[in-house]
Design a protein around this ligand. Structure first.
Ligand code: AMP
Length: 187
C-alpha cells in the first residue's frame, strides 16, 4: 500500500517540487562555485522516482542504442534509464578506473581539468548514443564524452542532463555540435 502511494505521488510530482529537493551549496568545492547538490534529491524516494520517470518521458522520442553514463553523478540517472529501456549501458569514467584498453579525452571543468575514458570495445561504428550526466555547466564534460563516442564510431549523439546552467552556454554549444540536448531544470 505504501509503495503504491509513492508511485502515485511521483507521477504527479511537478518539476518545481523536484527542484526544491536539490540543495544549493555556496563556495563548494572552491570559492565562487554555487554547487547543486543532488544527494538530497536522491534521498527523497518520491523525487528520485519522479525525476527518472520525467527523464524517460522527455527522451521517449529519441532513438538510440546505448546509454553512456558520465562518472559519477551521471550514473544515478543513466543506469535506471538503461535498465528501464533495456539498452546497453556504457561507462564514461575518470582516469585509472577502467581495467581494459580505453580511449580518452581531456577537457576543462567549471572548476579544474579532467579527462574521460571509455573502453574501446564499448562503442561500435554506427552506434546511436545517449550521453547522460547530472549537470551541464560549460559543457566540457558532456562534449568530451560525445567527442570520444564519435571517435569510437558513434554516428548519432544526444545528451540528457538533469540540470542546465544556461548562462554558461555549454548546452547551447553542445546542441550546435551534436543535436538535441535535453535538460529538466535550469538555474
Ligand atoms: P561542465 O563540464 O563545465 O559542463 O561541468 C559539468 C560537470 O561538472 C558535471 O559532471 C557536474 O557534476 C559537475 N559540475 C560543474 N559545475 C557544477 C555545479 N555548479 N554544481 C554541481 N556540479 C557541477
Amino acid at each position: 500500500m505504501k509503495v503504491n502511494c509513492i508511485i502515485l505521488v511521483s507521477i504527479i510530482m511537478h518539476i518545481d517540487n523536484i527542484k526544491k529537493t536539490i540543495t544549493i551549496v555556496k563556495d563548494y568545492p572552491i570559492e565562487g562555485i554555487v554547487f547543486k547538490d543532488i544527494t538530497t534529491l536522491l534521498e527523497d524516494p518520491t523525487a528520485f522516482k519522479a525525476t527518472v520517470d520525467l527523464m524517460l518521458e522527455r527522451i521517449a522520442h529519441l532513438e538510440f542504442d546505448k546509454v553512456v553514463g558520465v562518472e559519477s553523478r551521471g550514473f544515478f540517472w543513466s543506469a535506471p534509464i538503461a535498465y528501464a529501456l533495456s539498452k546497453s549501458f556504457v561507462l564514461a569514467r575518470k582516469p585509472g578506473k577502467l581495467p581494459r584498453e580505453a580511449a580518452e579525452k581531456h577537457f576543462t571543468l567549471e572548476y579544474g581539468t579532467n579527462s574521460v575514458h571509455i573502453h574501446k570495445d564499448a562503442i561500435s561504428t554506427g552506434d546511436r548514443i545517449l550521453v547522460v550526466d547530472d549537470l551541464i555547466a560549460t559543457g566540457g564534460t558532456a562534449t568530451a564524452t560525445a567527442d570520444l563516442c564519435k571517435e569510437l564510431g558513434a554516428t548519432d549523439i544526444h545528451t540528457l542532463c538533469l540540470i542546465d546552467l544556461p548562462h554558461l552556454g555549454g548546452s547551447k554549444k553542445l546542441a550546435e555540435k551534436y543535436g538535441e540536448v535535453i535538460t529538466l531544470i535550469d538555474y
